[in-house]
Design a protein around this ligand. Structure first.
Ligand code: HPA
Length: 243
């Protein structure tokens, strides 16, 4: 079953016809919210609100291990994760969707592996290409049929938050090769890889990253872009589930 993880601005999918909610409790604790099972255009899908429903968990407070373990337990076979990001390079203008193909992790202090029990054999997963190729291609094909502004590829820089970055930090991320910046891509992506769940990310650029515009970044500005952008994402995901 295809699963969606909704980030900021996507706590609920309005077009999802809910058929069951799974209030799961994993060996890592409870996920951010019950896993919702529903139908999109007649296709059975799963949905999880990354920050809880209502949105209460900050990026560093999310129990990513419980979220991924719960999705797997509920029957997920692939995950499309949606997140709001800041745009760094011209390839990531505000309002556009980016389908990243690379990632750099700047987060710290998060539980970022399932393999930390002494009873389990240590596994170093290959993470050269953090996003699943086939899932990315399928999303790309879907985006190509839409009217949305989008960009294929790009490097996602995962920062700790919850504050936004300094202009110097963004300049550093840009030198490192990052095109977009967000706070939740890691450890979510690597945990999916450890569970062998194909995972891809759809990032909505909601503001120019720090130092990339002449004005202060405000929540009002971000919320306005999220409001219009996530409606397009919901339609796209419904079409994706059907096709
Ligand atoms: N930085 C980090 N995370 C974000 C941003 C940003 O500018 N915008 C939305 N999520």
């Amino acid at each position: 079953m295809l699963a969606f993880i909704g980030g900021t601005g996507l706590t609920r999918m309005d077009n999802l016809r809910i058929v069951a909610t799974h209030p799961l409790d994993t060996r890592f604790g409870k996920p951010s919210a019950p896993v919702v099972e529903g139908e999109l255009h007649g296709r059975r899908v799963l949905f999880l609100a990354r920050h809880g429903d209502p949105h209460v968990l900050l990026p560093h407070q999310v129990n990513y291990r419980a979220n991924l373990a719960a999705l797997k337990e509920a029957g997920a076979s692939a995950i499309v994760a949606v997140n709001a990001v800041g745009g760094i390079t011209p390839d990531a203008p505000t309002g556009a969707l980016v389908l990243p193909d690379q990632m750099i992790d700047y987060t710290w202090g998060r539980d970022s592996t399932f393999f930390d029990s002494p009873d389990e054999p240590l596994v170093h997963v290959d993470f050269s290409w953090p996003f699943d190729g086939a899932l990315r291609t399928a999303l790309k094909n879907q985006l190509a049929t839409s009217e949305l502004a989008w960009n294929d590829g790009g490097c996602y820089g995962a920062t700790q938050g919850p504050r936004l970055e300094t202009a110097a930090e963004i300049a550093r991320l840009e030198r490192d090769g990052c095109d977009i910046v967000g706070m939740t891509g890691m450890p979510e992506a690597v945990l999916a890889r450890e569970l062998a769940l194909p995972y891809a990310m759809l990032s909505l650029v909601v503001n120019p990253a720090a130092g990339k515009s002449t004005h202060e970044i405000t929540m009002a500005e971000i919320e306005a872009v999220i409001h219009s952008g996530m409606a397009g994402v919901c339609t796209l995901l419904a079409d994706f589930a059907r096709d």
